[in-house]
Design a protein around this ligand. Structure first.
Ligand code: PHB
Length: 393
């Protein structure tokens, strides 16, 4: 397999000898990937991590298939559904990509679902957790390798209840992912005897001051606060929570994007003690994860985050799906959902009933030590799988 990145992105080619032997790619042996990610706005950093991981995945696994050239084209979706849909349409109708990958925001995924489904265009979701897209709005063309919003948060309900936490105040950005993450937590927390005594949903973009929300949460008198924030919003929220002096008074829990390895170095001591759940933490002690982290850090001088792993695994899935069909790209959609492997996060497979990933969820604490934050795994729930939830394919 040869890999070329168009539009001046990154170029990775097989050794010169094999290039000369195979000659230029023809349309049949070229697989065009359209990478749709936010490179600006509140989720900009997430897009960069996913793209870095994706490129590393192509580098690590792309050599396994002879005679195919992968070209990658990228477009900035921001976190805006209309922008994401316009960019997806251009990639499919004008640039004639063979497969789409990426998508960070649940709202962006929701906005382009019907177009992708109607166009029968394979899409591998490398972040957006929108539960409906592997539930009632599932599609044989949409496969998710990242997570669903529900599967990240469900394990935290009984876990918090077991710590003796009884009353929680919940907070998340006001859009699909924020509501779905809090709903999932609430369902299992209340089933375990807990109570959500209040909640707030600040706007996703443009909230610079979480002070009024934090004050309202404090006034409600909860045992703990449970949140989902990511990207720029997470950095701001965690710092302001600490600046308000609440960190030592009311413990902070949530979906682990709150203190992602992508930006926890910016949050620093403010992230100390946050307990959260994710499908990947950099401290997972396996040979696969070590290999990934060493390669990622050697290239980017940064720890590889869950976002980078999602990109890495998305690239691997495309390669594996092509391998399964001997390079026949017309079989990509049907083969993506059959892929399974042991990656940096542990074993993963795709549930053929929903096209959603099945994986372990890690509950971990962020510990600030010697000027840096590390993740200590406290618990691991294996084989987390979503209910079919109305998906009929
Ligand atoms: C989402 O919108 O689905 C989303 C965005 C950022 C995250 C996680 C989920 O970190």
């Amino acid at each position: 397999m040869r890999i070329r990145h168009v539009a001046g992105v990154l170029a990775l080619c097989a050794p010169l000898g094999s290039l000369l032997a195979t000659g230029p790619a023809s349309a049949e042996d070229e697989v065009k990937v359209g990478l749709l990610l936010p490179f600006s706005g509140v989720y900009a950093g997430l897009g960069t991590h996913i793209e870095n991981g994706f490129n590393l995945g192509l580098e690590h696994f792309g050599g396994e298939l002879e005679g195919v050239t992968i070209t990658v084209e990228r477009a900035d979706t921001e976190a805006k559904p209309a922008t994401g849909l316009a960019k997806a349409k251009k990639m499919v109708l004008q640039d004639k990509v063979d497969v789409l990958a990426g998508i960070v925001s649940s709202a962006v995924l929701g906005g382009l679902r019907d177009f992708v489904h109607g166009a029968k265009m394979p899409l591998i979701v490398a972040n957006a957790g929108n539960d409906a897209m592997t539930g009632p709005k599932c599609s044989p063309y949409i496969t998710r390798v990242s997570f669903s919003n529900g599967m990240i948060n469900r394990p935290m309900g009984p876990w918090l209840a077991a710590q003796g936490v009884k009353k929680v105040y919940a907070m998340a950005p006001d859009y699909a992912a924020g509501h779905q993450m809090i709903e999932a937590f609430k369902a299992t927390f209340t089933a375990a005897g807990g109570e959500v005594i209040g909640e707030a949903f600040p706007p996703l973009s443009g909230t610079k001051d979480y002070g009024p929300y934090i004050s309202a949460a404090k006034a409600a008198g909860p045992d703990a606060i449970y949140t989902f924030f990511a990207g720029g919003a997470a950095i701001t929220f965690v710092k302001q929570y600490s600046d308000f002096g609440l960190k030592t008074e009311i413990p902070l829990y949530g979906a682990g994007f709150l203190a992602s390895a992508a930006y926890v170095h910016v949050q620093g001591e403010a992230a100390d003690g946050i307990v959260a759940a994710l499908h990947y933490v950099p401290t997972i002690d396996t040979a696969e994860n070590k290999r990934f982290q060493e390669a990622y850090q050697a290239k980017h001088e940064k720890v590889g985050s869950e976002f980078a792993v999602q990109g890495y695994d998305a690239a691997r899935m495309i390669v594996e799906a092509l391998k399964a069909s001997g390079g026949d790209k017309s079989k990509l959609a049907e083969n993506l959902r059959k892929v399974s492997f042991d990656g940096p996060r542990g074993p993963l497979e795709i549930d053929p009933k929903t096209n959603n990933v099945v994986q372990s969820i890690y509950i971990f604490r962020n510990d600030f030590k010697d000027g840096a934050v590390t993740q200590t795994v406290l618990d691991k729930v294996e084989g987390v799988r979503d209910e079919v939830n109305g998906c009929a394919m």
